[in-house]
Ligand binder design. Structure first.
Ligand code: GLN
Ligand code: ZN
Length: 774
């Protein structure tokens, strides 16, 4: 086969959601039945056309295959699954004779229907994007069941663009999959590689026949050391996959991308394979060095696609440094192309849309600006630094302005952080705290509580929208929120809960709310990024040193406590979670930023305590999420993340009870860290895994209070008393009653009131039943 050169600059993928979340609106309209499948297809096609047009205008249109075809209606891993016919048997009735699914069927896999649970959703590497987990078993019949990728390529071609189709590679697809319900114990999806490869080969042949010159296969699983399959097995599979696909003659040239980290020992395997281009993440990873002679020689025959522009953060950054890295890559191969380190899916579309950020706006690069940067670096690589000196200088000036801007470094914040000592991180003896808390807080055996939020009704959201548009004054808004808090407190008393919450009605989001009230953060108007499916988040921008100009939660908590004799929990979001769900500064280690956040929260906690709030919860649902992909980096991460929690919470008296909430059930690698947080009570998601987690926690030596969730809040289903009684009894086998708390899996903000009230009443019913027998 003859190979068209790889384009000199490209991106690994582009945001799909649309500059004004057009895809979200269209998909949700389809779900609501207000538009037809044909209308949804039409709107998606318009969005794809607009994307190609925009990318061409930004400079990716000059070379063939520079524009990636990376659209998805919901998720790229789900797309790969339906492309290869991997539909779990419980959805078999949705599959047509030829193996295909219509749009409604496709969304059913993502969202479930009735008793048929959707595919499990989990985090995509160390990003805040979530993918759907394919289910593979011996019974999975792989076949080319979807030709969407081919049709989208043809659609582009008809519009005059020769694009580059993107699909999750076969090895990553299987490594991210889990065993199907039918699979025997110990079954590994990767064992089906030989059966899967012919389907990929057929797809490649179809794309080749349609005129595609290059195809991108994403293999990020190779950079992730947390995948349970052994490394030698992974590498054997990688070699086999690209031996088989490479040997096909009717195929486009293959570009294998490995975003999110360094390939390590997978690089020699790919270099030895028949693929024509290899993509390296040179933002997370470093330039490979010390390669053995064969690998070096093999790599020199390929295009190395240098991921030098960060696809994962929003900073304009140091463009000259990126050009230096790209230039250094020419030592590996004479053919170097410039790209983003990851897909730009993690970024909002266009920083020029943010008109209210002032100077900060000049420091930012969203997806469109990153494309411009790639085009610049590619030009610099070809034509020399001088050819792009104006752009490099402008970026350098913006960076210098940023680093010197007021607020980026705040002397008072830095002095305080520098003066910390070990005692600031230590709450003292746990047994003494237990005794002090038992004396100070009157609680029954198996105390009941919730995780914090109560349903965010449309009235609440409307009130906030009216506040933001100036229709409501802040006094009127506060009065409405206080009414809501009053209702939530009365309801909890009526249900009989022991530790109450104020319900968080005033929070638009558990991170953005704090970002809006802390110095060092800015919020965007249009900076939406896809979290999963049609769900988007608008991360705040953490650009400077963090401090707390005024109390944040104090008035709300005090007001709630004034309404009841029962204890009301103060409710804060922890440093790691605030970092994980914001765009963070890149000019200092994350741990330093975490310390600043911890100090701000520590002051808030001190004021809550001073105002008589005796129980304070600091949520860290993202603790597991930020865990680095490389094992060697785990210890350092867990040290600073645990420290930040301890620093935030260790200032309180022994009788003040600190709670935390973690909302994932896969603890494995962070289980020791949970103990090191030294919270008095930890609530965790547990209902969906039928309390399995309590055994892991118990055997880890954890001996503080624990509240394993007794019901799943992700669905409107109301669990019965018997079901929750059983779960509590199950928990009591591993945890002594005096340490066991009773609560749902997570906050209730996405639920409706009716199901919430019924579920909580049943939760109390189960608790009473178990108390009576314990
Ligand atoms: N306190 C938060 C709430 O209840 C916790 C949310 C979370 O864990 N994601 O909404
Ligand atoms: Zn949670």
């Amino acid at each position: 086969m003859t190979t068209t050169p790889f384009p000199s600059g490209t991106i690994l993928g582009y945001p799909r959601i649309g500059p004004r979340r057009e895809l979200k609106q269209a998909v949700e309209a389809f779900w609501a039945g207000s538009i037809t499948a044909a209308e949804l297809e039409q709107r998606a096609a318009e969005l794809r056309a607009a994307t190609r047009g925009r990318l061409a205008a930004l400079g990716l249109g000059r070379e063939d295959a520079a524009i990636p075809e990376s659209f998805s209606f919901y998720d790229q891993v789900l797309d790969a699954a339906v492309t290869v016919g991997a539909v779990p048997s419980r959805f078999g009735h949705l599959v047509a004779e030829d193996g295909s699914l219509d749009l409604a069927g496709y969304f059913t896999l993502a969202r479930g229907a009735g008793d048929n649970l959707p595919l499990e959703m989990t985090k995509w590497f160390d990003s805040n994007y979530h993918y759907l987990v394919p289910e593979i078993g011996p019974e999975t019949e792989f076949r080319l069941a979807g030709d969407r990728l081919v049709r989208e390529f043809e659609e582009a071609k008809a519009a005059g663009y020769l694009t580059r189709p993107v699909i999750v590679g076969p090895v990553t697809f299987l490594l991210l999959a889990k065993a199907s319900d039918e699979a025997p114990a110990g079954f590994e999806p990767l064992s089906r590689l030989d059966d899967l490869l012919p389907v990929y080969a057929e797809l490649l042949a179809r794309l080749h026949a349609a005129g595609a010159t290059w195809v991108q296969l994403d293999e990020p699983a190779l950079v992730n050391e947390s995948i349970p399959v052994s490394r030698p097995e992974q590498l054997t599979a990688l070699a086999e996959a690209y031996r088989v696909l490479g040997a096909e003659t009717n195929r486009p040239a293959l570009f294998v991308a490995a975003p999110y980290g360094a390939l390590g020992d997978a690089l020699p395997v790919l270099a030895a394979s028949a693929v024509e281009a290899i993509g390296l993440d040179l933002v997370r990873g470093t330039l490979p060095s010390g390669l053995d002679p064969e690998t070096a020689a093999a790599l020199a025959t390929k295009t190395v696609v240098a991921g030098v522009i960060d696809g994962h953060n929003i900073w304009r950054g140091d463009l000259a440094a990126a050009l230096d890295v790209a230039t250094a890559v020419t030592a590996l191969s004479p053919t170097v192309s410039v790209s983003s380190s990851t897909s730009l899916l993690h970024l909002p579309h266009d920083a020029r849309e943010e008109t209210k950020l002032g100077q900060l706006g000049n420091w930012l690069a969203f997806a469109d600006q990153k494309v411009g940067q790639i085009v610049t670096v590619a030009e610099g690589l070809r034509g020399g630094r001088a050819a792009v000196s104006a752009e490099l200088d402008a970026a350098a000036a913006a960076l210098a302005e940023r680093l010197a801007a007021p607020g980026v470094r705040d002397a008072a914040v830095r002095e305080r952080a520098a003066a910390l000592s070990a005692a600031d991180y230590d709450r003292g003896d746990y047994a003494e705290r237990v005794a002090a808390q038992e004396a100070a807080i009157d609680l029954p055996l198996l105390p009941t509580t919730t995780i914090g939020s109560f349903p965010q009704t449309s009235d609440i959201r409307r009130a906030r929208a009216r506040l933001n548009s100036g229709v409501l004054s802040s006094t009127e808004y506060e009065a409405l929120m206080k009414e809501e808090i009053g209702r939530v407190i009365a309801l909890q008393e009526q249900i009989g809960l022991d530790v109450l919450v104020h319900g968080e009605p005033e929070r638009n989001d558990m991170v953005q709310y704090f970002a809006e009230n802390l110095d060092g953060f800015a919020v965007t108007e249009h900076g939406w990024v896809q979290s999963y499916g049609s769900r988007c988040t608008r991360p705040s921008l953490l650009w400077g040193d963090v401090s707390r100009p005024a109390p944040i939660t104090l008035d709300w908590a005090v007001y709630a406590q004034s309404l009841t004799a029962k204890p009301v929990k103060g409710m804060l979001t922890g440093p790691v979670t605030i970092l994980a769900w914001s765009f963070v500064r890149d000019d200092q280690p994350l741990g330093e930023t975490a310390t600043q956040l911890a100090l701000a929260l520590r002051d808030e906690i001190a004021e809550l305590e001073g105002a008589g709030i005796g129980i304070i919860q600091v949520d860290e649902p993202a603790l597991r999420e930020l865990l680095p992909l490389k094992r060697a980096d785990h210890a350092a991460y867990l040290d600073w993340s645990v420290d930040s929690f301890r620093l935030a919470t260790a200032g309180v008296r022994p009788e003040t009870q600190i709670h935390t909430h973690l909302c994932y059930s896969e603890f494995g690698e962070v289980i020791d860290a949970i103990g090191r947080l030294d919270a008095d009570v930890t609530s965790v998601e547990a209902a969906r895994s039928r309390m399995e987690i309590v055994d892991d926690i118990a055997s880890s030596g954890f001996d503080h209070g624990i509240g394993p969730g007794v019901y799943d809040i992700h669905s409107p289903r109301v669990p019965g008393v018997a079901e929750m009684t059983q779960l509590l009894e199950r928990a009591l086998q591993a945890v002594p009653g005096r340490r066991l708390w009773v609560n749902p899996d997570c906050g209730l903000k996405t639920r409706g009131y009716q199901e919430t009230v019924e579920s909580l009443q049943n939760m109390l019913g189960a608790t009473r039943a178990v108390r009576a027998t314990t």
